[in-house]
Ligand binder design. Structure first.
Ligand SMILES: Cc1cc2nc3c(=O)[nH]c(=O)nc-3n(C[C@H](O)[C@H](O)[C@H](O)COP(=O)(O)O)c2cc1C
Length: 305
């Protein structure tokens, strides 16, 4: 009942793991695969190893978390050893793998994508992290021309579907969505974390995060994510993967009504545990049965009004 096809690839359900949460090791990814996710998105990896920001890198706030991990990762060549270990297991269990990558320019993105391609089903381009440093992440995704060039460079380098992951921290996400689709993106994921925001400890009088600023995730960002999905759906014709504050099947359905064909869950794992993937799938199914609907009937439905 929840089977979907996105970019020519069959998924057993539309509830995926978001990038950067539980995606550091093969073991952690396997655990989420066993928790009912239809696809797993890896941690974002780059060409070289990166240590990331000093602790504290994460702080709970009202309605979610601020994080500034700074994209810690072992570099793509080391990371593929993690996913190589679980590749057959995922195949046997019908769970698809999305390789999330970052770079500082189109050439670097292409290099990482080429190395990642044999090990994953789709590539997700992180042009949206708000705390990745000068020249990375959201600094690319806030510029339509640069976003377009990153996507078209990767398009020329790999044959598997490419997803562009967008930042909500722009004046008009529709412009960026159009630019990445023109560049050859087969799908769009939205949104990465919001902000960045800041928390100051009133005792020490210092910012709590070592990076001072961090991207906001969790329940509080859901209305912003919904509006972004709605806007993107209104201007492009590629599948959208919605992410940002999803913790229940009802949240997932709201994203689908706005235009998402699938959704990703990150911070929600903290609120409902690993089996949040099973729970959300069950809740979506219940809604569809109760309302005598199929998944395809609800995607983008809110645009009819
Ligand atoms: C601790 C943490 C690490 C993250 N790392 C990445 C990452 O490596 N790449 C990326 O594209 N997004 C990353 N994100 C963003 C999430 O994939 C997601 O877009 C965002 O958290 C909103 O979804 P959520 O509210 O369900 O967490 C990270 C988020 C968190 C909280």
């Amino acid at each position: 009942m929840l089977k979907i096809n996105i970019c020519g690839i069959d998924f057993k359900n539309p509830v995926f793991l978001a990038a950067g949460i539980m995606g550091e090791t093969g073991g952690a990814l396997k655990r989420i695969a066993n928790s009912g996710a239809g696809a797993l998105c890896t941690k974002s990896v780059g060409i070289e190893k990166r240590i990331g920001h000093r602790n504290p890198t994460m702080i709970e706030v009202e309605g979610g978390f601020l994080n500034a991990m700074g994209l810690p990762n072992p570099g793509v060549k080391e990371y593929i050893k993690e996913i190589y270990e679980i590749k057959d297991y995922l195949k046997r269990n019908g769970v698809k793998l999305i390789g999330s990558i970052y770079g500082k320019n189109p050439q670097e993105f292409s290099k990482v994508a080429e190395i990642m391609e044999p090990y994953v089903d789709l590539i997700e381009l992180n042009i949206s992290c708000p705390h990745a440093g000068e020249g990375y992440g959201a600094q690319i995704g806030q510029d339509p021309n640069l976003s377009n060039r990153v996507v078209s460079s990767v398009r020329e380098s790999v044959d598997i579907p490419i997803i562009a992951k967008l930042t909500p921290n722009v004046a008009d996400i529709k412009e960026i969505a159009k630019a990445v689709v023109e560049g050859g993106a087969d799908a769009i994921t939205a949104i990465n974390t919001l902000g960045p925001g800041m928390v100051i400890d009133i005792k020490t009088k210092k910012p709590i995060l070592s990076n001072k600023f961090g991207g906001m995730s969790g329940k509080a960002i859901k209305p912003i994510a919904i509006r972004n999905i709605y806007d993107i759906y209104s201007v492009v014709d590629v599948p959208i993967i919605g992410v940002g504050g999803i913790t229940t099947g009802e949240d997932a359905i709201e994203f689908m009504l706005a235009g998402a064909s699938a959704i990703q869950v990150g911070t929600g794992i903290y609120y409902r545990g690993y089996d949040i993937f099973y729970k959300i799938c069950g809740e979506i199914e219940e809604y569809l049965i109760e309302n005598n609907l199929k998944l395809k009937d609800i995607i983008g439905r809110a645009h009819e009004f």
